[in-house]
Design a protein around this ligand. Structure first.
Ligand code: MN3
Length: 195
């Protein structure tokens, strides 16, 4: 069963000026799409596993690195698009707001930890807000790695690979991360994932 590129949850120009249509043309239309095409090329037509099952089956297996990397990049990017919304950003609301205060002390402390995770992920990778053992945690992963395969529940993610921000921010990763939190982050999605 072939995977398909999931639709974006908003129009390609809907995150502008923070993330331009040009960035989404490349990042969604080319990069994300290529992971789907590559994954389908590596799987048997008869393979009926879900993306999550494939990720769990292949994580940490060097002989299956190609399948894992493409499957996890498909999953991570879909999760990333939903982690943002037009007119998003700002302080969290609802259950996630209370849980952030409980587990980090304050929103400001969470934001600091999240930006530090993104800034210290050398090269390509992701900063995450996850639920792990009943507690919220900030983590970072390199390349395609996803906290899902370590038993944590992802709530939000931010892609920190250069292709996520280079066309709009050039090398200014800190400015992109600041904008992600101030103008893009989708707390409704985090609340849904918190369940
Ligand atoms: Mn990316």
């Amino acid at each position: 069963m072939a995977f398909e590129l999931p639709p974006l949850p908003y129009a390609k120009d809907a995150l502008a000026p923070h993330i331009s249509e040009n960035t989404l043309d490349f990042h969604y239309g080319k990069h994300h799409n290529a992971y789907v095409t590559n994954l389908n090329g590596l799987l048997d037509d008869a393979d009926s596993r879900s993306l999550e099952e494939i990720m769990k089956d292949t994580a940490g297996d060097a002989s299956k690195a190609g399948v894992f990397n493409n499957a996890a990049q498909v999953w991570n990017h879909t999760f990333y698009w939903h982690s943002m919304k037009p007119n998003g950003g700002g302080k969290p609301t609802g259950a996630i707001a209370d849980k952030i205060n409980e587990d980090f002390g304050s929103y400001e402390k969470f934001a600091e930890e999240f930006k530090t995770a993104g800034a210290t992920q050398f090269g390509s990778g992701w900063a995450w807000l996850v639920l792990d053992g009943g507690k919220l945690k900030v983590t970072k992963t390199p390349n395609a790695a996803c906290p899902l395969t370590d038993g944590a529940k992802p709530l939000l993610t931010m892609d920190v690979w250069e292709h996520a921000y280079y066309l709009d921010y050039q090398n200014a990763r800190p400015k992109y991360m600041e904008t992600f939190l101030e103008s893009l982050v989708n707390w409704d999605f985090a609340n849904e994932n918190l369940g």
